[in-house]
Ligand binder design. Sequence first.
Ligand code: PCA
Length: 143
Amino acid sequence: MAHMFVYGTLKTGQPNHQVLLDGTHGRAAFQGRGYTVELYPLVIAGEHNIPRLLNLPGQGRRVAGEVYAVDEQMLRFLDEFEGCPDMYQRTRVMVAVEGAGETLWCFVYSTATFPPEWVHLPYHDDYDSQGEHGLRYNPRENR
Ligand code: PCA
């Protein structure tokens, strides 16, 4: 099992969460909520309002998300689903797990290469597709 930190549309209550619940994709067991130990810029970018953790540790905010233990099959499914390694890259991030008093190295889908102006977008710390920012996520099937 590998640990995966999700901070965007895969979180509970967000538009793509159901893919983690679908047993035909493999297994994902919720471990807890958590925060990145380092600061990261989490922006909502592009015409489809996609959340992206820019791979710039030390800049931005501590980002909230959820940790899942995923099996090999789910990991492969998520790579495909998230367009990894083209759209996102799967990198590692240290996460402080709420209540557990521990930190865990987790995989995360981050963005290494991006238009320079994305660094100047507003930084979020707890993504919600329906948040006050008004930048509603445009699901894949509508693109
Ligand atoms: N899905 C992944 C990366 C960003 C997104 O929308 C996640 O929720 O962590």
